[in-house]
Design a protein. Structure first.
Length: 429
């Protein structure tokens, strides 16, 4: 019985080291109850002694997970991964490779976490001066700089390695380039120029390309539909946020457009302008054969609703109007992506080849291509190009197909007859 005081002291000490107060109280109560159980034998007391240590370790792991979640900006990373997944599904054929999608998800999540961690390492002094970011792990001292840097290195290298081994080199290259662009260009630019928002929009537009290339191994015209959507969508989203947090951004020393726009008109005009640019993207998706025609109408309605809130923000640049636009943007993106995936047209290699030929448009390509021998495919490509020439690019010339299917067939038969004649002459000789 003389061993109990030292055991009780060790239990209480372990409970003090636990990070979660609720777990600490559980450990303390467990240590008290161990006194009554000690009389039943030394084995029971030994098992009880392991409870606080295990609970303390579990509490530490929970806290560490929360710190990693904040360091990687989990919500922002989730948005990035969702657009990557949408790009993968949009670029897939009739059958989606779920295993490859999973590895694309894991690799992109790790790469995004690395970029966000590097961003916070660079901005720790600025974040400490802002209300919105002052509770992050580095400003509060809950995590050391060396620890954060190690996390960024492991997730960055690991994410790119996963993308390279499980998808392809193009996707891995886009992932590595996006980490560099976010951490080495966009982040330092935030305190230098208001152009950082436009550079950041490019960073946000790359993940859908990664999803598409992971599925197809190449960049086709359809890959840029979601990419253009993400680029344009970020403007009303971040302009609304920048206006609501303009004082906080000024306190942190960040060069945002709203900081140099006392009336808010320039900020609101930028948001409204990009909403209007976003309106014809659905037509472009249908014209490129990425989606059915129904998506053109649905996307116009979804984007039109957000444009109305942007117009209200422009007419009255207030925090309330900016908040309405911000919330509308949060609804717009998932609805837009969901509609695109519902109306997607399965992508395949023949579809990609069709568009390469239709964009080139010389008739000799139609005659020489082994893929586009079918008149239906060539006419489909030509019809799609006519649609694009109408909207939203009226300046593009309509490709004309001077070589018809019948003329191609006649040419082929003539070539065969000449070859047969030559063969008969040689045999006769």
């Amino acid at each position: 019985m003389l061993r109990y005081p030292s055991l009780l002291r060790s239990l209480r000490q372990a409970s003090k080291e636990a990070f979660n107060p609720q777990i600490s109280s559980v450990i303390t109560s467990a240590s008290s109850s161990s006194f009554s159980g000690f009389a039943y034998g030394r084995a029971f007391s030994t098992a009880s002694a392991s409870v606080p240590a295990a609970a303390a370790s579990f509490a530490r792991l929970c806290e560490l997970a929360q710190l990693y979640k904040q360091l990687s900006k989990a919500k922002l990373s989730a948005l990035v991964v969702s657009t990557t997944a949408a790009g993968f599904v949009a670029g897939s054929g009739d059958h989606i490779e779920w295993t490859k999608l999973w590895w694309t998800y894991v690799g992109t999540t790790a790469a995004a976490s690395s970029a966000n961690a590097l961003n916070q390492i660079y901005e720790v002094a600025n974040d400490s001066m802002m209300k919105r970011t002052s509770r992050r792990p580095l400003p509060t001292g809950k995590m050391s700089m060396a620890h954060a840097l190690a996390f960024a290195a492991v997730t960055g290298v690991g994410g790119v390695a996963i993308l390279a081994s499980q998808t392809n080199g193009l996707t891995a290259g886009l992932g590595a380039a996006n980490i560099a662009l976010y951490a080495a260009v966009y982040t330092p630019l935030k305190v230098i120029s208001i152009s950082n928002t436009w550079v950041g929009a490019v960073v946000g537009a790359i993940p859908p390309l990664m999803g598409w290339t992971a599925a197809t191994g190449q960049l086709d015209p359809g890959a840029f539909v979601l990419s253009a959507t993400l680029y344009l969508w970020q403007m009303p989203h971040f302009m609304a946020l920048a206006w609501m947090c303009r004082e906080d951004y000024a306190r942190g020393g960040y060069s945002m457009l709203s900081r140099f726009d006392p009336t808010g008109r320039r900020t609101a005009a930028c948001a409204l302008r990009n909403c209007m640019y976003l309106l014809p993207v659905g037509m472009l998706a249908a014209a490129l054969g990425v989606t059915t025609n129904a998506f053109a109408y649905e996307s116009a309605f979804i984007t039109g609703a957000m444009t109305v809130t942007a117009a209200a923000f422009y007419s009255s640049p207030t925090n309330a109007a900016a908040r309405t636009l911000f919330r509308a943007s949060l609804l717009h993106l998932p609805l837009f992506m969901a509609a695109l995936l519902v109306h997607r047209v399965p992508h395949n290699q023949e579809h990609a080849a069709q568009w390469k030929v239709s964009l080139a448009s010389p008739s000799s390509v139609f005659a020489a291509s082994p893929v586009l021998r079918s008149p239906d495919r060539s006419h489909a490509a030509q019809g799609a190009m006519r649609t694009i020439c109408v909207a939203p690019f009226p300046f593009l010339p309509v490709p004309t197909e001077s070589v018809s299917w019948s003329s191609q067939a006649e040419s082929s038969s003539d070539i065969r007859s000449v070859s047969e004649s030559e063969a008969s002459l040689k045999s006769g000789v």
